[in-house]
Write a protein that binds this ligand. Structure first.
Ligand code: HEM
Length: 434
């Protein structure tokens, strides 16, 4: 990949919240935003401009064959929420909520308030329709992605609350195996429904989660949520590889939007109930990183643990960042130059039956702990077409990866992400038609 290929390309004219409102006016808003978005040729995918502030007018379409926020070029900020559906909520009420969420998401992704009245123009005697903190912001490339957890289909007591138990994909029914460095807190794990909001501005991502959970008030409660900053992956070959809190280039050998065949093979669901085919499985792992211990390691050791040069990201077998690692290469003493216990060795597809995953994680810092250390880590997100594939790679990593000494997993969740939403429909509609 050349330097120039790393620069965002100027390929699609974006429309800002302000520009969009000026262009369409209230009549179009009333007529249904989805249709007008298509008429205006707004579609998924492309970075328009070259600096963070200029991401302001970048927008994606909520509607399409796949949900946004998977292969969309990873944005800089995340707010992720897992919700539980409250006791007593009916199937009809759940469907209505998914409809309301879809409509609100389609608007927010265009930089619009969640409903036509918005934050300031509604009845002064009623609470505003939108909370208002993103009112002066553009869409900033906001994507909103929904997923369903196992407990939506069947409670832990085996209750089929919404008549969808027979649609539970077998792949979701099986829990992930316990790993050596798992210290999983059930209170910040699992969940009936997840919402992943990503944007190039933190307030826009947080506004999305806040307003969607507000719409869900009384029907859903937030089980846990996580804010992330600084993407730790590239999901497009047009993006520069970012760095994680260990200072490493992260996301070098990730799957990219420009690799449709690999995505078809490793990310999009092929098996299971019809309603979820073309969707994906989303695995989250909140991984605490002992950064103070890491920072005391010799650079040479940091490189050995990863299997790549920290500065350039090149594999220790030589070449540049995107050179394929040569695991057979040995030094003069006959030892492999990429340690077999390095993270890259343990997770590389050639050592895991060819398995790839699409990683889409974020750095996080949740203040500090009682010993005065930063409570920092990586909120790991991966999209795969089977949680089993994730588990295979993870088992290989957990068993023998030197990295594990510096990591502690605190939360874990798996969701099935339905395929994209048709214009005028809502997320997961096919599940309820099945
Ligand atoms: C805090 C935890 C973690 C950190 C800091 C981390 C960091 C990294 C870094 C720096 C790379 C090399 C650059 C790249 O190709 O992206 C990498 C590669 C990779 N990691 Fe992780 N990782 C973490 C956890 C995990 C977990 C839990 C998994 C899943 C089992 C995983 C799977 C992978 C895979 C599949 C690759 C690509 C390997 C290759 O094809 O060369 N990582 N990771």
């Amino acid at each position: 990949m050349t330097e120039s290929a790393n620069e965002p390309q100027e390929t699609k004219p974006g429309l800002s919240r302000r520009g969009y409102l000026a262009l369409t006016g209230a009549a179009v808003v009333g007529a249904g935003i989805g249709a007008s978005a298509h008429a205006l040729g707004i579609n998924s995918g492309v970075i328009t401009t070259q600096s963070a502030r200029e991401f302001e007018d970048l927008e994606y379409d909520f509607y399409g064959d796949i949900q946004s926020g998977i292969i969309t070029p990873a944005q800089e900020n995340l707010h992720f929420a897992a919700l539980d559906v409250n006791e007593g909520v009916t199937r009809e009420e759940l469907i209505e909520l998914l409809q309301d969420w879809s409509y609100a998401s389609s608007r927010m992704m265009l930089g619009l308030p969640v409903n036509a009245e918005g934050a300031f123009d509604g009845d002064p005697l009623s609470p505003p329709g939108d909370t208002g903190e993103a009112a002066d912001h553009g869409p900033f490339g906001l994507t909103i992605t929904f997923g369903f957890g196992k407990t939506l289909f069947e409670t832990t007591e085996g209750v089929d609350r919404f008549g969808i138990k027979d649609q539970l994909p077998e792949a979701l029914a099986k829990p992930l195996p316990k790993m050596v460095n798992d210290f999983i807190d059930p209170l910040i794990s699992g969940g009936d429904i997840c919402i992943q909001a990503c944007a190039n501005d933190p307030q826009v991502a947080i506004h999305a989660i806040r307003n969607l959970t507000r719409i869900g008030f009384g029907k859903t409660s937030i089980r846990w949520s996580q804010i992330g900053f600084g993407r730790t992956s590239s999901t497009s070959q047009e993006q520069k590889t970012p760095r994680n809190l260990f200072g490493q280039k992260d996301g070098t050998n990730n799957l990219h939007a420009e690799e449709p065949e690999k995505l078809a093979q490793h990310v999009w669901i092929k098996d299971g109930p019809d309603w979820c085919k073309g969707g994906s499985y989303l695995v989250t792992r909140k991984i605490s990183m002992t950064i103070e211990v890491w920072d005391g390691l010799r650079l040479e050791e940091q490189n050995r643990v990863l299997g790549r040069e920290k500065g350039s990201g090149a594999p220790l077998s030589g070449g540049h960042e995107f050179t394929t690692p040569d695991f057979k290469k040995t030094d003069e003493a006959g030892n492999p130059v990429i340690d077999q216990r390095s993270h890259v060795f343990r997770t590389h597809p050639s050592n895991n039956n060819g398995i790839h995953m699409l990683r889409r994680g974020y750095n996080y810092v949740d203040g500090n702990d009682e010993l005065g250390r930063l409570a920092a880590g990586l909120f790991f997100i991966a999209y795969v077409n089977s949680p089993e594939s994730f588990a295979t790679v993870h088992k290989n990593m957990a068993r023998d990866d030197m990295f594990v000494e510096y990591l502690k997993t605190k939360s874990s969740a798996v969701f099935v992400v339905p395929p994209g939403v048709e214009q005028g429909s809502f997320v997961g509609a096919k599940l309820f038609e099945a």
